[in-house]
Design a protein around this ligand. Structure first.
Ligand SMILES: [Mg+2]
Length: 234
């Protein structure tokens, strides 16, 4: 903390912490559900099936658009009485692939806050997903210059954070993970011995929801309202 412990290392999540991400998936899912126009299942019921399919797809295919497109097709196959045709397959894939190359909507006040933090602390972006998709977003965001390094990882669990600690020779006592996901950013970082800052986002993906863990003794968990609030803590 500023004036208290001096320079810190901030590992900072990207999707839905620095820029909008999940809203594009939500829009694609809404289009998919209205396309499906299911006579027997409500949109909510379709969504529950999709959530289950996505949990499995992540294990098999990882995160990203390929995995998401696969999940939509599989959900269609589970729910539709009609067999899937090449045309339908193509159409369903298009809902997912429309997300690619969308312009990056950086969240309010993020560049100024990164500028401020970068002058005082060591910043490393830490984002999970498909390497090509994530690095494309990093480039298009214009935010890369604020970071000493960008880490793109396949999953964010306790061992991922322990690897980052080793790779960058981080001191757990002066390192914080900042992000919007209890499941990927906060709880595994706390488990790996880091401090954490939870920055909630109204549109966090349901598969990232989890109760926030309590910070173990000698570790801290800050909860702020928005990213710009980091300026009053660091
Ligand atoms: Mg995120």
């Amino acid at each position: 903390m500023r004036g208290e412990n001096g320079a810190q290392t901030l590992l900072i999540d990207a999707d839905d912490t620095l820029w909008e991400n999940n809203i594009y998936f939500e829009r694609a899912i809404a289009k998919f559900i209205s396309f499906l126009d299911h006579r027997e299942h409500s949109p909510e019921a379709v969504r529950l099936v999709l959530n289950d399919v996505e949990r499995d797809s992540i294990v098999k295919h990882g995160y990203g658009l390929h995995s998401f497109a696969h999940s939509l097709v599989e959900t269609f196959e589970k729910l539709s009485v009609d067999p899937i045709t090449p045309e339908l397959h193509e159409r369903i894939h298009s809902f997912a692939h429309q997300i690619a190359d969308h312009p990056i909507e950086v969240l309010p006040g993020v560049p100024e806050t990164l500028q401020y933090l970068g002058e005082r602390h060591h910043l490393i972006m830490m984002t999970k997903g498909n390497p090509a998709e994530q690095s494309g977003k990093v480039e298009r965001s214009g935010l890369k210059e604020y970071f000493a390094a960008v880490e793109i990882v396949a999953e964010k669990d306790e061992s991922t954070y322990r690897s980052a600690i080793a790779k960058y020779a981080l001191l757990a006592d002066t390192t914080w993970m900042v992000g919007n996901s209890p499941k990927s950013d906060i709880n595994p970082a706390l488990a790996a011995g880091l401090h954490a800052v939870f920055v909630p986002h109204d549109n966090t993906w349901i598969l990232e929801h989890e109760d926030l863990a309590n910070a173990p003794p000698n570790q801290r968990l800050l909860v702020v309202e928005r990213f710009t609030d980091l300026k009053s803590h660091f």
